[in-house]
Design a protein. Structure first.
Length: 499
């Protein structure tokens, strides 16, 4: 996805907040124009009070300039506050909506697609990529508006005061534009590399934390620390290179502007000596140059932040645009009076086009109520066969039928509501035992939860715990033994009440 497409997508996402964004832009415009007041006030004070042409200082003009400066600056701070708040409000709502869309898309990915991504890569989309978008929308964009308006209005006023001097500034503009565009390309490329490195680091961290027992059992602590250190060094180097580009951009522009300021000051003094400008106007001109230079340096930094945010948005959209799990066909059948007979008819399945078939022309029948054990060597396809039933995977050829109906023609919700699964490695959530059992049927009451636990032979050990069914099981159920986790998982499946 190129930069233009990403910006178009962001504009579409921001459309519901158009009113707030327009109001913020107007407030930012006011805040930018207010920055013209102090240079004007300095000119009036110098020409009318400190060096009056008629010989007597105009104190009325002094007070007018001071009041105008105070009121203008106060109004500028207020408009900047409300502009920043409105922009942050709209930006945070947009990012929050994207965060939910991203989470929803991850949950609805086909398992074949989901398995291609490391958990750390997905987590980095939620943390790192969305965070740089948040920073840009909450901080850089509001200040960019004010800085841009200040720059344009100051440049227009400079042309009005003395077009000859301003021509010097305009001549340098192409050079500054070239520097900014060159650094934007470097920053964009470096940001992509940095975000990829933080994704590797997150994936490594997630993998080790999930496999902590294996690491300890094999005494691989030093090995894993070394792996993590290498990933961390890769990220450190990539981030330093990005920082170098981000910080070098305003440095180069600053050097150009320093030379420009010296030249303009020298020329403006000449303008006074030939009586084309008075002293107050020169001071005003210098103040407007300050208004011009400060935004120029800040705009360069803001563009760097926004370039990073665009890269982050592109990485988020990369996940959001992935295909979702195949949903129901137009005339999908609902499940009624399920008996439970399963027919595997010439089923062939492979995980990737360049890999061999995990299942090749499989034919099998499981009668309703029949208990079946799949036995075979590792890699024979036992798990793949089981995953075909809830349509975690769809065969490339052949079909799987339930009571004579192709699973592809059955409503997916009905199909999975009729199935309960107890995985070999029980997956529990960081919640209470009751909540983990109730995950099988969210509307179940406490009595139904306890009844399912009794049937799974879990009630006995749960009742002996100090907090009973309110006991927190910890991350992935680590506070329970393997057998206890298995019984909780069985209770969850029983409460599901599959057909």
């Amino acid at each position: 996805m190129d930069r233009r497409e990403i910006l178009r997508r962001l504009a579409t996402e921001a459309r519901p907040y158009t009113l707030q964004i327009v109001a913020a832009m107007l407030l930012g415009t006011v805040a930018g124009l207010i920055n013209l007041i102090p240079p004007w006030a300095f000119r009036e004070i110098i020409n009318g009070v400190l060096a009056p042409k008629n010989g007597s200082p105009d104190l009325h003009l002094l007070y007018l300039a001071l009041v105008a400066t105070f009121v203008g600056l106060t109004l500028g701070y207020l408009t900047t506050y409300f502009q920043t708040y409105l922009t942050a409000w709209a930006g945070q709502h947009m990012v929050a909506k994207l965060r939910v869309s991203l989470f929803e898309r991850v949950l609805n990915l086909p398992l074949a697609q989901f398995d291609k991504w490391r958990p750390g890569e997905l987590i980095s989309r939620f943390s790192s990529d969305l965070q740089i978008m948040t920073d840009a929308l909450s901080i850089s964009v509001p200040q960019l508006v004010v800085a841009s308006v200040t720059f344009v209005s100051s440049l227009a006023y400079l042309i009005y005061l003395d077009w000859r001097l301003t021509l010097v500034l305009i001549v340098v503009a192409p050079m500054v534009s070239y520097v900014v565009s060159m650094f934007q390309r470097l920053i964009t490329t470096s940001t992509k590399r940095t975000q990829a490195r933080i994704a590797d680091l997150s994936a490594n961290l997630t993998e080790v934390l999930q496999g902590q027992r294996i690491v300890k059992a094999f005494g691989r602590e030093e090995h894993e620390v070394g792996r993590f250190r290498n990933r961390n060094d890769d990220y450190f180097g990539a981030y330093l290179k990005l920082t170098q580009f981000v910080q070098t951009q305003p440095l180069v522009i600053g050097i150009i502007m320093a030379f420009l300021v010296v030249t303009v000051v020298w020329l403006s003094v000449h303008e006074v000596l030939v009586h084309r400008l008075d002293t107050g106007s020169v001071v005003q001109f210098w103040g407007l140059i300050v208004n011009l230079i400060n935004p120029m340096n800040r705009v360069a930094a803001f563009f760097g932040d926004i370039s990073k945010a665009i890269v982050g948005a592109g990485r988020v959209f990369e996940i959001v645009d992935l295909p979702i799990e195949q949903r129901d066909p137009p005339r999908a059948r609902s499940l009624e009076n399920v008996r439970g007979r399963l027919d595997f008819e010439h089923v062939t399945f492979h995980y990737a086009d360049n890999e061999g078939a995990a299942l090749n022309d499989i034919n099998a029948v499981v009668e309703a109520g029949e208990i079946v054990a799949l036995v075979g060597p590792s890699g024979a396809g036992k798990t793949t066969i089981v995953n075909m039933v809830p349509r975690f995977y769809v065969p490339q050829s052949g079909r799987v039928c339930l009571d004579g109906v192709d699973l592809a023609e059955i409503r997916l919700t009905d199909l999975r509501n009729a199935i309960a699964i107890v995985p070999q490695d029980p997956q529990l959530f960081r919640a209470s035992i009751a909540d983990n059992i109730r995950y099988g049927r969210l509307e179940a009451d406490d009595e139904q939860v306890r009844a399912a636990a009794c049937e799974a032979n879990a009630d006995e050990f749960v009742s002996e715990l100090p907090q009973g069914y309110d006991t927190e099981v910890g991350e992935r159920g680590v506070r329970l033994s393997g057998g206890q986790r298995q019984r909780v998982a069985i209770a969850r499946a029983i409460l599901r009440d599959p057909r």
